[in-house]
Design a protein around this ligand. Sequence first.
Ligand SMILES: [Zn+2]
Length: 74
Amino acid sequence: MSDTDKPPLTKAPEMHVHYCEQKDCKEWGGWGNSPSPAVATRWWCFEHFPHKSNEQEQAYRRKLDAAEREKIIQ
Ligand SMILES: [Zn+2]
């Protein structure tokens, strides 16, 4: 075993580029979920993230409602 046995560090570090995995969704997948360390993490945008807590879901709905009302007013 010597230093020359090491593979050269030519590989760039893996970029964590992941968009929402929902079909046709072009949003950034900022919300990941993995059931265990052995399972690859899956990524979604907040809208499609299927593991939201109730509180998160309700906060999101309120935000959508507020945005809808704003559209109607304008
Ligand atoms: Zn999405």
